[in-house]
Design a protein around this ligand. Structure first.
Ligand code: ADP
Ligand code: MG
Length: 701
C-alpha cells in the first residue's frame, strides 16, 4: 500500500512550516498529513439556511441571520458596559450584544448596509439576544460560504496564539483536502463497503471535512466510526482466538463428590434459572480443554457467590485448587464466612488470607497450599504475593473486578504452569457497548434474574429539611426489628471535612436514637481492622440497629436483616456507587428501602441521578444513564482505558455501528483467521501500521 502521501510530514503543507509543525506536534500530536486528515471536526455549523428574526429562541444552536444593523450604542457602566445593537429583517429584530472590544466595534456597523450575523441565541436580562456574534458584510464570497456546513476544529490555547484556532486549522485542511485525490489507499475490503453501504476512504475523508450535504456527511461519519470500531474488534477477537488456540486449559470434566454433595445436601435454596444457565456456561468452558476467560455480570444480590463456590468445588473435584479474590478485607472475610457456612461439614478446606493474617497463621496457610491440602483460598490482594504458591491452582475467581488492574490479574495467571481458568465477577453492570469494547476478548455470562421472593427495593428522595421524617421512618422500621445503614460520602480531596460530616452525623444520630433503646455502630476507613471488624460484627449479629459508615461498606457486605439504606449527601455519589450501596439492602424477604438525602439545590445532573435511582432498580439501565452522563472515560473500571483510541466514534451514541463492526470483525476472522487472503491484505497492513503497539498477546482480560 502506498502511504507516502499520508506519511508526508505536515511541515510540507502550505501554511505550516517548521515552527507550526512543532506546535502541531506538541499540542495536537499531528505530525503527518494523515494525522491532520484525522483531525476531524468536532461540530458543524449549519450555514445552509438563514433564520428569520421572529424564529429565534434560546434553545436554538448557532443560527445565521441576514439583515440591517440600524442602531448600535454603548450602554451601562463599568462591568455592565456593553455595546447593544439590533439586527432587523423583514420579520422583526434581534438584539446583539458585545462586552468586549467596544472601542473597536463602536461605529463599525453602518445603517443601510446588509450584514450576515452568526451566533448562539441566549437569554440575558429576560430578553433573547446573541452575544458576541460574528458579523460580516454581505458579499458574493460570503454568500457562497454561507450556504455550507462549516466544520469547527478543536485547538488549544497555544495553537490559538499562533493563529491555529478553528479557522486557522480549517485553512490548513482547505489546502490539504484538494490534494488527496487518488492518494488515499483503501483499508477496508470492498465486500465490506458494499455490505454496509459505506463510502470509500477518500470520499469519507473529503466529506468529513467539507460535506457536500448532510446525507453525505452522515455516510462519511458512519464509515469512519465503523472503521474505528472494526479495528478494535479485530484486535480483541484475535487476542481471544489466539489464546483459545494456543493456551491449554485444565480440563474439569468430572462432576464429583464435592459438587454433588453440595448440590444435593447443602444448597440452601433452589438456584434461579439464570444461575443454572451461567453454571452450565462456565462448566462448558472449563471442560473444553481451552482456558476460560469469562466475565460474569450480575446485579447486586443476584447470587454470584454461590455460583463461584460451585465452580470452585468443580475444580476441587478434578484435583485442582481454587481461589477467590476480593477487593477489600471486609469482603474477603464475608466471603470466607459465607463459603464456610455454605459448605458446612463437607470435607473441603477453606482458608482466608488477608493483609492482617498473622505471621504464624500465614506460614501454616502457605504450607497447606503448597502441600495441596487447602482446597479453596479466599483473600485480598495478599493472594497475589509471590510467597503464595499453590500445588495446583486451577481456577481463579475475581470478585468486583473493577478494583483490580490488569497487571494484578496477570500475576494470578502465572501461578501455575498452565494458567488457571479465570472468572471475573462484577456487580457493576457495564453497558453493552462498553462491555463489547473493554471486555471484547472475554466471554460473558449474565445473571439477569434475582432470586424469587425478593421485593423490589423502594427508593425515595428526601431533601435535608425532611430529616425529622427520616428519623421517624427509621424508628418505625427499627421497631419492626429491622436494621438501618446510614452512609456518608468520602471523597479524597476533602477528606477532613468528610470525616467531620461523618462524626457530626454519628453524633446527631446517637442523640436521636439514644441508649438504652437503640445502639449505633460506626465504621470508617481510618479505623484499625480489628476495631472495624468488631463494629461490623456487632451489626451483623444484630447487636446494633444502626450502622453509620463511609463507603467501606459499599462492596459485598451481606446483612439480610438490614432493610433501610440511608445515603447522606447522595448528590455527591455517582450513579453506579448509589446503585451498589442500595444493593446492600433488599437481601431478605422484607420490604426494603433506600432513602437518598440531598441538599436543597440540585444541579440538573444530580437531579437526573436522583430521579433515575427513584425510577428504576435495573442496574443495566442505570449503567446506561451513567454512561450518557459521564462518558465512557469516567465510568468505573474504564479510567485506565481512557478514550480507547476512538477519535470520532462515541460509545454512548454509536452502539448500533459498534454492533455491526463486531459482527463484521468476527465474520472476517472466522473466514480468514490470519487475515491471509488478498482481500484482507489491506486490513492486515493497517493493523500493523496503526495498531500493532496495542496488540498485546499477554493481556489476559
Ligand atoms: P451478589 O451477586 O451481589 O454477590 P450474593 O451472592 O451475595 O449476591 O447473594 C445475595 C443473597 O442472595 C445472599 O444472601 C444469598 O444467600 C442469596 N441467594 C443467592 N442465590 C439465591 C437463590 N437462588 N435463591 C434465594 N436466595 C439466594
Ligand atoms: Mg457479591
Amino acid at each position: 500500500m502506498d502511504n507516502s502521501f499520508l506519511d508526508t510530514p505536515v511541515e510540507f503543507l502550505k501554511g505550516v512550516g517548521p515552527e507550526r509543525a512543532k506546535l502541531l506536534k506538541s499540542e495536537l500530536s499531528i505530525t503527518t498529513f494523515g494525522d491532520l486528515l484525522r483531525w476531524y471536526p468536532y461540530r458543524y455549523v449549519d450555514r445552509t439556511r438563514f433564520y428569520q428574526t421572529n424564529e429565534i429562541n434560546a434553545d436554538l444552536p448557532y443560527v445565521q441571520l441576514r439583515g440591517q444593523i440600524l442602531h448600535a450604542e454603548i450602554v451601562g457602566q463599568k462591568q455592565g458596559r456593553r455595546l447593544v445593537a439590533h439586527l432587523t429583517d423583514a420579520f422583526g429584530s434581534v438584539e446583539l450584544v458585545w462586552f468586549q472590544g467596544l472601542k473597536w466595534l463602536d461605529g463599525k456597523y453602518k445603517p443601510g448596509k446588509e450584514y450576515i450575523v452568526f451566533g448562539k441565541p441566549s437569554v440575558y436580562n429576560g430578553r433573547i439576544n446573541i452575544a458576541h456574534p460574528e458579523v460580516e458584510e454581505v458579499s458574493e464570497e460570503l454568500l457562497k460560504r454561507a450556504s455550507a456546513l462549516q466544520p469547527m476544529y478543536s485547538s488549544t490555547e497555544k495553537t490559538k496564539m499562533k493563529g491555529l484556532d478553528s479557522k486557522g486549522i480549517l485553512k490548513l485542511l482547505k489546502a490539504l483536502v484538494p490534494q488527496i485525490t487518488g492518494k488515499i489507499p483503501e483499508i477496508l475490503p470492498a465486500s465490506l463497503l458494499e455490505k454496509y453501504k459505506l463510502p470509500g476512504r477518500e470520499e469519507a475523508l473529503r466529506e468529513i471535512h467539507f460535506p457536500t450535504d448532510l446525507k453525505k456527511l452522515e455516510r462519511a461519519q458512519k464509515r469512519i466510526k465503523f472503521e474505528e470500531f472494526l479495528f478494535i474488534q479485530i484486535k480483541l477477537l484475535r487476542v481471544r482466538n489466539l489464546r483459545q488456540d494456543n493456551v491449554q486449559g485444565h480440563i474439569f470434566n468430572r462432576v464429583g463428590d464435592m459438587f454433588n454433595t453440595f448440590f444435593e445436601h447443602h444448597l440452601p435454596f433452589p438456584l434461579t434459572n439464570a444461575q443454572k444457565r451461567v453454571i452450565r456456561e462456565i462448566r462448558g468452558d472449563m471442560g473444553s480443554g481451552k482456558q476460560m476467560n469469562r466475565l460474569l455480570q450480575g446485579d447486586v444480590g443476584s447470587g454470584k457467590t454461590v455460583v463461584a463456590l460451585m465452580c470452585m468445588l468443580l475444580a476441587n473435584d478434578n484435583g485442582f485448587q481454587a481461589c477467590l479474590m476480593a477487593p477489600t478485607e471486609i469482603l474477603a472475610q464475608q466471603h470466607y464466612i459465607t463459603l464456610t457456612q455454605l459448605t458446612g461439614n463437607m470435607p473441603v478446606r477453606i482458608g482466608l488470607l488477608t493483609g492482617s493474617t498473622k505471621a504464624a497463621a500465614r506460614r501454616e496457610l502457605h504450607a497447606a497450599l503448597r502441600a495441596g491440602e487447602m482446597h479453596i483460598l479466599v483473600g485480598t490482594h495478599a493472594l497475589i504475593e509471590d510467597e503464595v504458591q499453590f500445588a495446583n491452582l486451577g481456577l481463579v475467581v475475581i470478585d468486583e473486578q473493577h478494583r483490580f488492574g490488569v497487571e494484578q490479574r496477570s500475576k494470578l495467571w502465572r501461578k501455575n504452569v498452565h494458567p488457571p481458568h479465570i472468572l471475573v465477577m462484577t456487580a457493576t453492570p457495564i453497558p453493552r457497548t462498553l462491555a463489547m469494547t473493554l471486555y471484547g476478548d472475554l466471554d460473558t455470562s449474565v445473571i439477569d434474574e434475582l432470586p424469587a421472593g425478593r421485593k423490589p427495593i423502594r427508593t425515595l428522595h428526601f431533601y435535608d429539611s425532611a430529616r425529622e421524617r427520616l428519623f421517624g421512618f427509621m424508628r418505625e422500621e427499627i421497631a419492626k426489628g429491622r436494621q438501618v445503614y446510614v452512609v456518608y460520602p468520602l471523597i479524597q480531596e476533602s477528606e477532613k471535612m468528610d470525616y467531620k460530616d461523618l462524626e457530626d452525623g454519628y453524633e446527631s444520630i446517637s442523640r436521636a436514637f439514644p441508649l438504652p433503646d437503640y445502639r449505633v455502630s460506626i465504621v470508617h476507613g481510618k479505623m484499625k481492622p480489628a476495631a472495624k471488624d468488631f463494629e461490623m460484627q456487632r451489626f451483623v449479629k444484630g447487636d446494633t440497629q444502626i450502622m453509620v459508615a463511609t463507603t467501606v461498606i459499599e462492596v459485598g457486605v451481606n446483612v439480610p436483616n438490614a432493610s433501610v439504606m440511608v445515603i447522606e449527601s447522595a448528590e455527591r455519589f455517582g450513579l453506579s456507587q448509589l446503585h451498589q450501596l442500595r444493593g446492600r439492602v433488599g437481601r431478605g424477604a422484607e420490604q426494603s428501602w433506600c432513602i437518598l438525602m440531598s441538599g436543597p439545590k440540585l444541579g440538573k445532573e444530580s437531579k437526573l441521578r436522583m430521579d433515575t435511582m427513584v425510577r428504576t432498580n435495573d442496574g443495566f439501565e442505570i449503567a446506561e444513564v451513567d454512561l450518557q452522563l459521564r462518558g465512557p472515560g469516567d465510568l468505573e473500571g474504564t479510567r485506565q482505558s481512557g478514550t480507547l483510541g476512538l477519535r470520532l466514534a462515541d460509545l454512548t451514541k454509536d452502539g448500533p455501528i459498534l454492533q455491526h463492526a463486531r459482527i463484521a470483525a468476527s465474520e472476517i476472522l472466522e473466514a480468514d483467521p490470519q487475515l491471509a487472503s488478498p482481500a484482507n491484505q489491506p486490513l492486515r497492513d493497517e493493523l500493523q501500521r496503526e495498531h500493532s503497539d496495542s496488540v498485546n498477546w499477554s493481556r489476559i482480560s
